[in-house]
Design a protein around this ligand. Sequence first.
Ligand code: ATP
Length: 341
Amino acid sequence: MNSARTSPPGRTVRVRAPGKINVFFRVGPLRPDGYHSVASLYLAVSLYEEISATSTAAPGNTRGNTVTSASGRVNTAKDGNIVVRLKGTALNSEGPLAVPLDERNLAVRAARLMADVCENAGAVRLEITKRVPVSGGMGGGSADAAAALLACEKLWDSGLSREEVSHLAAELGADVPFGLLGGAAVGLGVGDELTPALAPSPLHWVLVQADFGLPTPEVFRQLDRMRMADGVEPVVPGQVDPAVLAALRAGDAAALAAVLTNDLQPAAVALAPQLADVLAAGKQHGALATLVSGSGPTIAMLAADEAAALELAGKLAAEGHNCLAVHGPVHGAKIVSDVSR
Ligand code: ATP
């Protein structure tokens, strides 16, 4: 911790953080802490959340043509406060996909946590540009948390090491440390024990977004129910299949296609049977492989190269699917600008 002064009002730190897909996801038994042990291969993809953190003279100003609500302002543990604004394409202001604007918002929780450990924390306005589908299985909220941690860390000059910031990230959720790290990484434990994986060549994917969400805890519960009904005793998954790591190292999309795995897929499809048609449509239109991303309902389709991904996206869009060609790995949470007014 250091003794630099609080940022003057009007300084804005902008951070970009990626959504992720899990190209390999094995789920073990439920642990006493309520989480499942997993073995995951995370891949950060080129669909980004963006957070601007602006130091304000408390209390902050919530006006603007963005979605705000009376609950968009919360007190930090310090004197200042946190104001949240949302904008972007992946946004609903009401219904099950509405993103909370109070302390349930992961970016707010991240800013609060950082405020707790920063001498120089002050009032801040967080503007979140959401592009990653909400409750889509792509870790959008976790990306927001990672971005907010990094933005506030810079704004308040925390003096924390990257490792210390990563420990704070793990307090916020299993996927948040990966939002900071990005690239490709093995995640063990609950997904937060990360080891970077080599993936030197970009892989090209088509993401098909649903117009509904699947709450992650519900998908895990469905998997537990299905396993119990089938008499399956899950074991703690010790590692990611070495064939996945080899395919990533070689940048070999065809080899990777043969080993993509997601234990949550049958559970997500059981809860949302229409996903089976999307998975089949991808195969029919030339995807090398298709899988549910994380807990779904976003579907990730692996293509041979960029041209194949664009062609696949075109065919799926013509059938009315909401899809997007992306590539990965890409960087984790990164400061893109730091300006004072
Ligand atoms: P997971 O990391 O489990 O794959 P997800 O990608 O399926 O999650 P998110 O959009 O990250 O889903 O989180 C969805 C849930 O988190 C919703 O209940 C939403 O209300 C809550 N939430 C809290 N903060 C945020 C945020 N900044 N963005 C999106 N959802 C948020």
